[in-house]
Design a binder for this molecule. Structure first.
Ligand SMILES: [Zn+2]
Ligand SMILES: [Zn+2]
Length: 182
């Protein structure tokens, strides 16, 4: 697939990279239909965020069509149209059960790096450095969405992508399906 890759400070390139695959049973693969460049991507572009690595795929504002789901994904199926919030949340930790998704305790495997830099860690984020989890972003043709039962919001209206895309860049808010599960 084609993806927008951070190659170093002030060096971003569109490259052909390996397609994402289901790694965990709760993953989904999304075919991106719309993505955006955020003002905070400029912090990456300008080299202000540590732990970026050459080849990292950028993008935390994206939406698309579900292409594939892992065997434990029950809220989504192939063909669903979804927008995905940039904070990756497990849905089960103490923070997630209080709907403090951005503080999820389970989705940043590099929390120790965040703690060293910021004093505390939040959830993993798409496309936003290795200290925030090292997850590939959505400025690409496809993206892997971990914990796909929790984050993605199904868009069942005929609103155009441009009208719903920016729900991706919100820290917390309404998550209908997971709310109704508890
Ligand atoms: Zn943003
Ligand atoms: Zn959590």
């Amino acid at each position: 697939m084609k993806a927008v890759c951070w190659m170093g400070t002030s060096d971003v390139q569109t490259l052909t990279v390996e397609d994402p695959a289901i790694l965990n049973p709760h993953d989904a693969i999304l075919k991106i239909t719309r993505t955006a460049i955020c003002g905070s991507d400029l912090h990456l572009y300008d080299g202000f965020i540590p732990t970026m690595e050459s080849g990292d795929i950028l993008g935390h504002e994206f939406m698309g069509i579900v292409e594939d789901v892992g065997r434990e994904v029950t809220n989504l199926q192939r063909g669903d149209r979804v927008v995905v919030p940039f904070t990756i949340a497990c849905g089960d930790c103490i923070f997630c059960t209080k709907k403090i998704w951005s503080a999820c305790d389970n989705t940043n495997p590099n929390a120790h790096l965040m703690e060293a830099a910021y004093g505390y860690s939040g959830s993993g984020l798409f496309g936003y450095s290795h200290m925030m989890g090292g997850y590939a972003g959505g400025q690409a043709q496809y993206v892997r969405v971990p914990f796909a039962n929790v984050g993605p919001l199904k868009i069942e209206s005929d609103l155009p992508d441009e009208k719903v895309l920016f729900l991706s860049d919100r820290v917390h808010g309404r998550r209908k399906r997971s709310d109704s599960r508890r």
